[in-house]
Design a protein around this ligand. Structure first.
Ligand code: NAD
Length: 253
């Protein structure tokens, strides 16, 4: 049975990915800093598994902080102890504090880079030995349209952290290709989650108006794409970007 880790998997986009992986028969280990939301997510997913006779996969959690390398190494150790293998790593944990370039503090810049960029690097580094043992290892990075494609006032530091993930990904994809490990990134547009909701209703209404499909995305929109990138259907796709944004980046004006 294929086994996955989803960082920041208890809420938002991460939980959408976890839900799609569970319904597709993957074992899933979720990680995050808040134990109560991890337990809540595990309970929700166990209910899904128990109510579907065709599923006998497992869900578990590990309390950890992706910005600390030792924590990522311990997460992988737990995965080995519990499942004996790792096939899919999803680097999803991230933050997006809003502040203009004039107002953003040194602490906010460092924290954003530490979690979004360093966290991605540490999780990938720690997982490589196990992914090499998988017949078809997969790394999926949850980046953003902000940075790799667009600018967004109030998010310059965040945009830089998300673009950094892509710069990192391209070389890692080359280094890991000989081991049949693919490395791809999903670039979500605006997806309705707790994190996005905290930016306020004005922000959400402004985004809805700009999206050609006239709605924000859902965590399941991202989860379904992650299932594709984790599956054999995507085995010859690596170093690629998949934009999922209801057409948000398309308009010329
Ligand atoms: P969210 O705030 O709803 O959830 C983020 C999750 O990451 C939480 O479970 C949180 O506990 C976890 N997390 C944060 N810091 C962590 C750390 N140091 N160690 C471990 N876990 C940590 O956010 P979301 O909206 O679901 O965003 C998830 C990812 O998707 C982020 O990387 C974000 O940049 C990206 N993204 C989101 C959107 C969007 O519209 N929601 C758009 C583009 C990209």
């Amino acid at each position: 049975m294929r086994t996955s880790i989803v960082t920041g998997g208890a809420k938002g986009i991460g939980k959408g990915i976890v839900s799609c992986f569970i319904e597709n028969g993957y074992n899933v280990m979720i990680t995050g800093r808040d134990e109560s939301s991890l337990i809540q997510c595990v309970n929700d997913m166990e209910n899904v598994i128990n109510s579907n006779e065709t599923l006998n996969n497992k869900i578990s959690y590990y309390v950890g902080d992706v910005s600390i390398k030792k924590s990522c190494e311990d997460m992988i150790l737990q995965c080995v102890i519990q499942y004996g293998q790792l096939d899919v790593l999803v680097c999803n944990a991230g933050i997006y504090p809003e502040a203009t370039v004039e107002a953003v503090t040194e602490e906010e810049i460092n924290e954003t880079m530490r979690i979004n960029y360093n966290g991605t690097v540490f999780c990938i580094q720690s997982s490589i030995p196990l992914l090499k043992q998988s017949q078809a290892g997969r790394i999926i990075i949850i980046s953003s349209i902000t940075g790799p494609i667009t600018g967004n006032i109030g998010f310059a530091h965040y945009a830089a952290s998300k673009a950094a993930q892509i710069g990192f990904m391209r070389t890692v994809a080359m280094e890991l290709a000989p081991f049949n490990i693919t490395v791809n990134a999903i670039l979500p547009g605006n997806i309705l989650t707790d994190g996005l909701g905290s930016l306020g209703s004005d922000y959400i209404c402004r985004m809805e108006r700009k999206i050609p499909m006239k709605r924000l995305g859902t965590p399941l929109d991202i989860g379904n794409a992650a299932v594709f990138l984790a599956s054999p259907l995507s085995s010859y796709i690596t170093g690629n970007l998949m934009t999922i944004d209801g057409g948000q980046v398309l308009p010329e004006d």
